[in-house]
Each structure stands twice: as structure tokens, then as C-alpha cells.
Design a binder for this molecule. Structure first.
Ligand code: TYM
Length: 354
């Protein structure tokens, strides 16, 4: 049985400040994965239009995410870093996927319901079709592995559904092209043009929660800046936010079982573990029985140790927008070549004349 060549793809939207959730849920994993994989990391600027059309600072936001990628340690020469709008094949494949995906599938997307709010009629068509573009981002490279935070899980399941339906619907066209690969989906053998993407979500902080409420996701859109640590926060801000983070009155437990029903404690221990590249169990082996008055200063030291160099490098990079743009252009050129190869094959499979 042949296999798809492993390829990692992920994207981050250029909307608002990057925060610790984006870093631990996504960017830190991007850096770890580049050691042993071919990786493509994308600033998904076309996605940024779905919730808000006009952005005064779009270019700065795109450069800032790119700076964060580079400052965190992504090697843009060995891998590919680019912004989505430089590769129009994403939008082209998304159109085809709009015709593959069913309206009923889109109606189940919880993020659309959250983002559209009460007045769904006023949400953009782009926001509704967003998961289809996200599937195209990944599958236009036939990528196999996607590191993301837990909030993107449903979108990745949809990407698998879209890939599966395309493979089935076009089965008889894919076979004669010789472009398909025999894979197993569960026990079922499937002849596939598009792979079944594997989400990479695990780790101690797949969903970093608000510092003010351990039951809410840390998010760019939370009105309270104290709820999140931004990658551009300086040492004082990081220290203040962690010191003010909500906790409960009890000491830390010695085992992870003891974090159940204690969302704030669970969140801070998860953040510590992710920043230290260890597990919650190891953190509790060290801090079990200690009060937050001991744990929080240790967390401040660790957060500053990890984030301060990234912060400093991001600021340095942002002073040279020309360099960032050159990185994106170079990545865009290389991404376009790969994406166009897929699109030519897709055009042939569909039967478009070219
Ligand atoms: P976005 O831009 O909202 O977030 C970027 C990444 O950060 C993760 N994340 C979190 N992880 C843990 N805890 C949190 N509180 C937290 N908040 C955000 C997200 O899961 C994501 O991995 N739809 C995507 C962008 C996208 C994409 C793609 C991702 C577009 N195309 C293709 C992967 C593959 C999004 O809006 O992420």
C-alpha cells in the first residue's frame, strides 16, 4: 500500500495580537515539527476578511504574524512561510470544495455559530464558507498533518469529510490518472487523491484558557487584556497578568486527578507544562502541595524566560518590513509551484480543458 508523503501545514489569521494560546496551541508546535518534517506555514490573510472586511492595518498584521513565526524559530529557508493571498490556488480549490461540501455540514460548525452571533443573516458568506477555504489551504498541498489548537478540531474533521467525498465522487476519474494513492480509512481501503489529514492537537495545553475565567478560551476578542498574555507583552505586563490571574484558595494537588473541577489551576499548570516542554504530572510532582504564592512567581520566571527572546526578536524583525516581505514573496513563489501542480491534477480529474 502506498502512502502520502508526510507534509505539515498550518495557518494563523492576521487578526489582532497573537497570544499565549496561539503560541502554545500552534506556533510552538510548528517549530518542533520542522526538525523532522517538510512544513508549510501560512499567514491566512484571506480568512481575515470573513469576520471583518476592512482592516486599516492588514499589512502590519500580516508582517507581525510572520515576525512571530520567524522569532519563534521557524526556518523560512528550509520550509515555506508565506501569506495565503499570494497563492490564488487556495481560493480556486476552495470553490471546488464549496461544490463538494454540503450545506448541512456547514450548518454544524460551532465556530460559525459563535462568530456569527444572533444575527446570522448579516454574517458574510465568506464566514459561512470559511471551513471550505481552510480545507483547501491544507489539501492544495495534499498535506497530511496539521498542528492546531483544540478549537480547530471540528474544521479539520470537515476537511476530512470534504477530502473523502471528493475521493469517492471522482473515484472513476482518479483511477485512470494514476495520481491516486491506496489508503486505509479505518479498516476500509480507499483510493484517494486527497489524504485524510491528521490533526496534531495533543500536548499539555491544547486549549489555553482565559487568565480571568478558566472555563473560557484565551482569545484575541476578549475585551479584557488581563485575560491573555500577548506575545508582544513586556516582562512587567506578563508578570502583572500572571499575578492577577484567577485561582482558587487551595494548594496545588500532587496528581493530575486533583485538577478536576479546578479549571484555573488546571490551566496554569498546563501553561507551565507546555512552556517547560514537560507534562502536567511532572509539574505537579514538583509543585504539588505548594500554594499559588509559590507557583505563580515560578510561572512568571518561566514565561518571561521563554517569551522575552521571542518578543525582542519580533520587535527587531518588525523594524525591517522589507525583509519580512521578501521572506513572504520567496515562500509564496515556492508555495505557488506546489499548489499549481495539485490544481493541474485536480483540473484533469474534474475534466476541465486546459
Ligand atoms: P486562529 O488564527 O484563530 O488561531 C491560530 C492557531 O492558534 C490556536 N489557538 C489556540 N490554541 C490553544 N489555546 C487557545 N486559546 C487558542 N486560540 C487559538 C488555533 O487553534 C490555531 O491553531 N482557522 C484557523 C486558521 C487556519 C488554518 C488553516 C489552520 C486557516 N486555514 C489550515 C490550520 C490549517 C484559525 O482561525 O486559527
Amino acid at each position: 500500500m502506498t502512502e502520502f508523503k508526510p507534509l505539515v501545514f498550518s495557518g494563523v489569521q492576521p487578526t489582532g495580537n497573537l497570544h499565549l494560546g496561539n503560541y502554545l496551541g500552534a506556533i510552538r508546535k510548528f517549530v518542533a515539527l520542522q526538525e523532522n518534517n517538510d512544513c508549510i506555514y501560512c499567514v491566512v490573510d484571506m480568512h481575515a476578511l470573513t469576520a471583518q472586511l476592512v482592516h486599516e492595518d492588514m499589512a502590519t498584521q500580516i508582517r507581525s504574524i510572520t515576525a512571530a513565526f520567524l522569532a519563534a524559530g521557524i526556518d523560512a529557508k528550509k520550509h515555506i512561510v508565506f501569506n495565503q493571498s499570494q497563492v490564488p490556488q487556495h481560493a480556486e480549490l476552495a470553490w471546488i470544495f464549496n461544490c463538494v461540501a454540503r450545506i448541512g455540514w456547514m450548518n454544524r460548525m460551532t465556530q460559525f455559530k459563535d462568530k456569527a452571533g444572533k444575527d446570522r443573516e448579516q454574517a458574510s458568506l465568506g464566514l459561512y464558507a470559511y471551513p471550505s477555504l481552510m480545507a483547501a489551504d491544507i489539501l492544495v498541498y495534499r498535506a497530511t498533518h496539521v498542528p492546531v489548537g483544540d478549537d480547530q478540531k471540528q474544521h479539520l474533521e470537515l476537511a476530512r469529510d470534504i477530502a473523502m467525498k471528493f475521493n469517492m465522487d471522482f473515484h472513476d476519474k482518479i483511477v485512470p490518472t494514476g495520481l491516486g494513492v491506496d489508503i486505509k480509512v479505518g479498516e476500509e481501503p480507499v483510493h484517494a487523491y486527497f489524504p485524510m489529514v491528521e490533526p496534531l492537537i495533543d500536548g499539555p495545553a491544547p486549549r489555553v484558557m482565559s487568565l480571568k475565567d478558566g472555563t473560557k478560551k484565551m482569545s484575541k476578542s476578549d475585551p479584557s487584556d488581563l485575560s491573555r498574555i500577548n506575545l508582544m507583552d513586556d516582562q512587567d505586563a506578563i508578570s502583572k497578568k500572571i499575578r492577577k490571574a484567577k485561582t482558587d484558595p487551595d494548594a496545588l494537588p500532587s496528581e493530575t486527578e486533583g485538577l478536576k473541577g479546578r479549571p484555573e489551576a488546571d490551566n496554569l499548570v498546563g501553561i507551565f507544562a507546555a512552556l517547560a516542554d514537560t507534562s502536567k504530572a511532572d509539574v505537579l510532582a514538583e509543585f504539588g502541595g505548594q500554594q499559588f504564592s509559590v507557583f505563580k512567581p515560578a510561572l512568571v520566571d518561566l514565561a518571561v524566560e521563554v517569551l522575552a527572546p521571542i518578543n525582542a526578536e519580533m520587535r527587531r524583525l518588525m523594524e525591517d518590513p522589507g525583509h519580512i516581505d521578501a521572506v513572504l514573496r520567496d515562500g509564496g513563489e515556492r508555495a505557488r509551484v506546489r499548489a499549481e501542480k495539485t490544481m493541474n491534477e485536480v483540473r484533469d480529474i474534474i475534466g476541465f480543458v486546459r
